[in-house]
Design a protein around this ligand. Structure first.
Ligand SMILES: *[C@@H]1O[C@H](CO)[C@@H](O)[C@H](O)[C@H]1NC(C)=O
Ligand SMILES: *[C@@H]1O[C@H](CO)[C@@H](O)[C@H](O)[C@H]1NC(C)=O
Ligand SMILES: *[C@@H]1O[C@H](CO)[C@@H](O)[C@H](O)[C@H]1NC(C)=O
Ligand SMILES: *[C@@H]1O[C@H](CO)[C@@H](O)[C@H](O)[C@H]1NC(C)=O
Ligand SMILES: *[C@@H]1O[C@H](CO)[C@@H](O)[C@H](O)[C@H]1NC(C)=O
Ligand SMILES: *[C@@H]1O[C@H](CO)[C@@H](O)[C@H](O)[C@H]1NC(C)=O
Ligand SMILES: *[C@@H]1O[C@H](CO)[C@@H](O)[C@H](O)[C@H]1NC(C)=O
Length: 368
C-alpha cells in the first residue's frame, strides 16, 4: 500500500517513462459506426436501459461508474467485464472493485444486441452506450458518442492495485498525471467528478473519513461537515464495508449540478470530492457550479462540459479496426480460433495500455 500520494505519483511517473505512447487508436472511432452493420444498435441499448432504469433507478449510477472503471484501467475495452479464470484474477475481483456493479445490465443489453445483429457490437461499446444513456435517462444531457470500440483480452486484478488514492491525496500530482498521460485537464477532473451527482459508494470507501482519519483511531476528517459526518456514521457502522450510500443524497438519481453545491459545502462524500477544493482550477469550477446551482444556465454549462469530458474519457485506450475482438460473452474472451486475425500486436497494445492506465487509475476514484 502506498503511504502517500507522492509515492503514488512517483511510482506512476517512473512507469510512465517505460511505457510506449499508445497509438491514436481512437482515430477509428466514428459517429454511428454501426450504421450499416447494426443500424438499430443505439436504439436497442436505449430501449433496454430505459426499461431497466425505470425498474431500478440506481442502475444508472452503477453503469456510469462501471464504464469509468473500465476506461481508467486498461482503456475502454471491456476488461472490467471479464471474469477471473483459473490462474488469473480479473480486474472485477480486485479488492477495490468489490463495490462495482451493473455487469448483468451489460449482459442483458448485449444479449438483445446479439439477437438483433449477431456478433457485431462489442461489449466495450455496449457498456459505453449504456453509460451514455445512464446520463440521459437521469435527466442529464444526451451525449452523441463515437463508437467502434473492440474488446480486449487482458484483465488482471493487479492492474487495479494502485487505484486507491490514499487519504489526503494530493490533487496537484494527480492532475499533472492526468494531463501527461491522458491529455485530460484539471477541468476534466472537476467535470467528470460531477458524475457523482448520481450513484452510490461503499462504506469501505467512506469509513476512513469517519473513524480513523489519518490513521488515528476515532478521528474523523475535519474537512467533512460535522453534521454530515454524524449522519454518515449512522449509515456506515464501523467495520461495515458493504453498505452503499448515495453520493448526492438530495437528488441521488437525477443528473444535475447539486453535487457541486455539496462539495462546496464540505459535504462531498469521498476524499477525492473534498480534494477538488484544494486545487485552484478544480475549486474554481466547483465554486462556479455551486454558486449558480439550480439555474438553467449552470446546468447547461455543466451538461456541455460533461459531454466533452465524457467523450474524451470514452476514447481512452480503445482498441479499434484489427485490434481486439467482438466478444461473444462479455465475461469471457472468445475461444481461440486458428483463423482469427487478432494479432499479437493487439495483445501487446492491450497489455501496454493496461499497465500504463492502471498506474494512473487514481482516476478511478475521481469518477466512481
Ligand atoms: C503536492 O505534492 C507535490 C510534491 O509531489 C508538492 O510539490 C506540492 O506542493 C503538493 N501540493 C499540494 C497542494 O499539497
Ligand atoms: C451514420 O449516420 C449518421 C446519421 O446519418 C451520420 O452522421 C454518420 O456519419 C454515419 N456514420 C457512419 C460511420 O457512416
Ligand atoms: C488533447 O486534448 C485537446 C482537447 O482538450 C485536443 O484539442 C488535443 O488535440 C488533444 N491532444 C492530443 C495529443 O490528443
Ligand atoms: C448541524 O445541525 C444543527 C442543527 O440542525 C445546526 O444548528 C448546526 O449549525 C449544524 N452544523 C453544521 C456544521 O452544519
Ligand atoms: C473491511 O475491509 C477492511 C479493509 O479492506 C478489511 O480489513 C476488513 O476485514 C473488512 N471487514 C469486513 C467485515 O469485511
Ligand atoms: C457567484 O455569483 C455572484 C452573483 O451572481 C457573482 O458576483 C460571483 O462572481 C459568483 N462567483 C463565482 C465563483 O462564480
Ligand atoms: C489475447 O489475444 C492474443 C492475440 O490473439 C492471444 O495471443 C492471447 O493468448 C490472448 N490472451 C488471452 C488471455 O486469451
Amino acid at each position: 500500500m502506498m503511504a502517500s500520494v507522492t509515492a503514488a505519483a512517483r511510482a506512476a511517473a517512473a512507469v510512465l517513462l517505460l511505457v510506449v505512447a499508445a497509438p491514436s487508436a481512437d482515430a477509428h472511432l466514428a459517429m454511428g459506426a454501426y450504421n450499416k452493420t447494426c443500424p438499430q444498435a443505439e436504439d436497442v441499448v436505449l430501449k433496454e436501459m430505459t426499461s431497466m432504469v425505470a425498474k431500478s433507478p440506481d442502475v444508472a449510477g452503477a453503469v456510469l461508474r462501471l464504464f469509468s472503471v473500465d476506461c481508467f484501467v486498461g482503456g475502454c475495452e471491456g476488461s472490467i467485464l471479464l471474469d477471473s479464470t483459473p490462474g488469473n484474477t480479473a480486474e472485477k475481483d480486485a479488492p477495490l472493485n468489490q463495490g462495482v456493479r451493473g455487469y448483468e445490465v451489460v449482459d442483458a443489453i448485449k444479449a438483445k444486441l446479439d439477437a438483433a445483429c449477431p456478433a457485431v457490437v462489442s461489449c466495450a461499446d455496449t457498456l459505453a452506450l449504456a453509460a451514455r444513456d445512464s446520463v440521459r435517462l437521469t435527466k442529464g444531457p444526451f451525449i452523441p458518442l463515437p463508437t467502434g470500440r473492440r474488446d480486449g483480452n487482458r484483465s488482471v486484478a493487479a492492474d487495479v492495485a494502485l487505484n486507491s488514492p490514499p487519504p489526503g491525496a494530493n490533487i496537484t500530482d494527480i492532475i499533472a498525471l492526468f494531463a501527461t498521460k491522458f491529455n485530460l485537464t484539471a477541468k476534466d477532473v472537476a467535470v467528470l467528478s460531477g458524475a457523482h451527482t448520481i450513484g452510490k459508494a461503499r462504506c469501505s470507501t467512506v469509513s476512513p473519513r469517519l473513524y480513523n482519519f489519518g490513521g488515528q483511531n476515532g478521528a474523523s476528517d475535519p474537512t467533512l461537515d460535522a453534521n454530515y459526518t454524524a449522519t454518515l456514521r449512522g449509515q456506515c457502522k464501523p467495520g461495515d464495508n458493504a453498505t452503499l450510500v448515495y453520493l448526492d443524497p438530495p437528488t441521488p438519481t437525477t443528473f444535475d449540478t447539486d453535487y457541486y453545491a455539496l462539495v462546496a459545502g464540505n459535504k462531498g462524500l469521498l476524499s477525492t470530492d473534498a480534494a477538488l477544493l484544494l486545487d485552484a482550477t478544480t475549486s474554481a469550477y466547483v465554486a462556479r457550479q455551486a454558486n449558480a446551482t439550480a439555474t438553467a444556465a449552470a446546468a447547461s454549462e455543466f451538461f456541455a462540459d460533461f459531454a466533452t469530458s465524457f467523450v474524451a474519457m470514452s476514447k481512452l485506450g480503445v482498441l479499434t479496426h484489427h485490434n481486439g475482438e467482438i466478444r461473444q460473452v462479455c465475461s469471457k474472451v472468445n475461444p481461440p480460433s486458428p483463423s482469427s486475425s487478432t494479432s499479437t500486436a493487439a495483445a501487446q497494445l492491450t497489455a501496454t495500455g493496461g499497465l500504463a492506465v492502471a498506474l494512473l487509475a487514481l482516476a478511478v476514484a475521481l469518477v466512481l
